[in-house]
Design a protein around this ligand. Structure first.
Ligand code: SAM
Length: 264
């Protein structure tokens, strides 16, 4: 692979099939002037095609050797490279209307998606390749086996669709898993209003921490059964049966109840 030894700890499986590069970049449909931010450009399979169509790409790559190669290959006018950890990177420095693209390192995909959700207001859209099962969790509806914290946390800020499946043979080295590409578009003004985002995240996390528990038990430290009932939620239900709208209503009711109590 171009003399580069793939590093497992960085989740390096490089896209090696030009047909899939083409399909992914066609799905992104970059236009000149778009603010493309690529996470993990690696050996530049996607980067080169993105630069060609958008004129310029900002990329975040953690691997020092790959970063050095990228600097050699692309002029600074074509590629702004941040040699950094995408999990710790300050996306606020990149401005607005960002179009994030990435064949993500699968070992960090959930925390990275949570981070992107926190920056949704700055994003125009996100196209990411992930393990197929992770994409299934991202798009899962309430009540389904794949529905969980990832589904709720992302669906409350993004409209998400699965675009295409990519087989292991499209990568080098060949991974053990199937991959899929997802598109996430911020809901913007259509996003439900969450009174306290940190509280919402705590509620969702607790509700799914032990899937077999009823909400009464799972949310024991966060909310009294009466508060749940006043939000129209059955304390005897399990977390996986609540829709995204239910979680928003529940977290907002907990917040309003706490605010009212502290005002007394
Ligand atoms: N985009 C390339 C492609 O499609 O062939 C490479 C994809 S490879 C699955 C993941 C890339 O993300 C690697 O280049 C890896 O070094 C990089 N990476 C891994 N962890 C990272 C992190 N925390 N921050 C930024 N880049 C990371």
């Amino acid at each position: 692979m171009h003399g580069h030894r793939a590093r497992r700890r960085f989740g390096q499986n490089f896209l090696a099939d030009p047909r899939y590069v083409q399909r992914i970049v066609d799905a992104v449909a970059p236009a000149p002037g778009d603010r493309i931010v690529e996470i993990g450009p690696g050996l530049a399979a996607l980067t080169a095609a993105l630069v060609e169509r958008a004129g310029h790409v900002t990329a975040i790559e953690i691997d020092r050797d790959l970063a050095a190669r990228l600097r050699e290959r692309f002029a600074p006018e074509a590629l702004t490279l941040h040699e950094a950890d995408a999990l710790a990177f300050d996306y606020a420095t990149l401005g607005n209307a960002l179009r994030v693209v990435g064949n993500l390192p699968y070992n960090i995909s959930s925390p990275l998606l949570f981070r992107l959700a926190a920056h949704a207001a700055q994003l125009r859209d996100v196209h990411v390749m992930l393990q197929r099962e992770v994409v299934a969790r991202m798009v899962a509806p309430a009540g389904s086996a794949d529905y969980g914290r990832l589904s709720v946390t992302l669906q409350v800020v993004f409209r998400i669709e699965r675009l295409l499946l990519v087989p292991p043979g499209a990568f080098r080295p060949v991974p053990k898993v199937d991959s899929a590409v997802a598109r996430l578009v911020p809901l913007g003004i259509d996003a439900p209003a969450i009174a306290d985002r940190a509280l919402f995240d705590r509620v969702v996390q607790a509700a799914f921490a032990q899937r077999r528990k009823t909400l009464r038990n799972a949310l024991f430290t966060l909310c009294a059964p009466e508060t749940m009932a006043s939000a129209g939620i059955d304390p005897g239900a399990r977390g996986e049966t609540l829709t995204v709208a239910d979680y928003v209503r529940l977290a907002n009711t907990i917040k309003a109840t706490a605010d009212a109590a502290s005002a007394r």
